[in-house]
Design a binder for this molecule. Structure first.
Ligand SMILES: NC(=O)c1ccc[n+]([C@@H]2O[C@H](COP(=O)([O-])OP(=O)(O)OC[C@H]3O[C@@H](n4cnc5c(N)ncnc54)[C@H](OP(=O)(O)O)[C@@H]3O)[C@@H](O)[C@H]2O)c1
Length: 287
């Protein structure tokens, strides 16, 4: 497993495990335990996912069982739009760390580019300076918003988590982030199963050469271009598959073949659609 050094020197695993859409506590706890057992060290949750307590229970059990130490883990959570303010971010940090059973976070992110993100960032930077957060991130900050934010704030985001997979490659957004030393992290690295990704002829054909699946080629392609990946699965055999991508390298030609699959737009969500913005603002996170 490769690690990537963030602009503040913190080492982050390039691959991790996401728990979006795993609301059932026992399913989530088991999934996180399995994810750690197969070798994942980065766990990505959010107040919105309503499963921070289950993630915390799994972390506690994994540490007690001697599978891993706290220091080996890299735990990310995110504050929701309802907490996008100075006071809100402070409260969100307390709430999330309590649910997770942690005294520090490896990464705290602003989940969406809405609300008083500058007030929230100020609070997050204070917590970072106190050593309670090791690195700071944003999510869904697309190039225009990301540039505005990164130009204005003093502590630049260490990570920006956006939708990145073979059908939405976003090379421009990645280049833009690099100007600020920000590491791109892919949400939906398996396109949430859309566009026939798991049986896609191009990905499958490339996979045959390396003895890998289409999913593994999609993940490796992102990792090989320096993008952190956090695939989700509640199936242990898929988790094993998703993390088994570190024993081969795609040729330049194969990278280009995957590049060519880019549709140039999302088939999952459009942050420029006013109805999507309203929907996001109306969604409720864990209280
Ligand atoms: N910041 C944001 O706004 C944002 C948005 C979305 C996601 N995220 C984060 O990114 C993580 C990953 O994104 P995602 O969960 O949306 O989608 P994803 O990881 O692209 O895809 C997950 C889907 O793929 C299936 N799957 C996983 N591995 C597979 C394999 N090897 N073969 C076949 N099917 C496989 C899973 O099914 P099973 O579970 O049934 O195996 C699930 O249906 C999330 O969990 C979350 O932590 C963040």
């Amino acid at each position: 497993m490769d690690m990537i050094k963030l602009s503040n020197g913190v080492e982050m695993p390039l691959e991790g495990f996401g728990v979006f859409q795993v609301p059932d506590p026992s399913v989530c706890k088991q999934a996180v335990l399995d994810a750690i057992r197969v070798g994942n060290r980065l766990i990505d949750t959010a107040a919105l996912y309503m499963n921070e307590e289950a993630v915390g229970a799994a972390i506690k059990e994994a540490i007690e069982m001697g599978m891993v130490t706290r220091e080996e883990l890299f735990i990310t959570t995110k504050l929701w739009t309802s907490d996008a303010s100075y006071e809100g971010a402070k409260k969100a940090f307390e709430r999330s760390t309590k649910k997770l059973g942690l005294d520090y976070l490896d990464m705290f992110m602003i989940h969406q580019p809405y609300g008083d993100v500058y007030g929230a960032w100020k609070a997050m930077v204070e917590l970072y300076n106190e050593g309670k957060i090791k690195a700071l991130g944003v999510a869904n900050f697309y190039p225009g918003k990301f540039t505005e934010f990164a130009e204005i704030v003093e502590v630049k985001p260490h990570v920006n988590q956006i939708e990145l997979h073979p059908f939405y490659a976003q090379y421009d957004a990645i280049e833009n982030m690099k100007q600020y030393g920000t590491v791109p992290q892919a949400w939906g690295p398996l396109a949430e199963g859309k566009h026939g990704i798991f049986t896609h002829p191009v990905l499958s054909e490339i996979g045959t050469k390396y003895g890998k699946t289409a999913a593994q080629i999609a993940l490796k392609w992102n990792a090989q271009r320096g993008v952190s990946i956090i695939p989700k699965s509640v199936h242990k055999e898929r988790m094993e598959q998703n993390i088994d991508i570190w024993d081969f390298t795609l040729t330049d030609e194969d990278m280009k073949k995957v590049d060519a699959l880019d549709l140039g737009h999302s088939e999952i969500i459009d942050h420029n659609d006013p109805n999507v913005v309203k929907y996001i603002l109306s969604a409720k996170a864990d209280a």
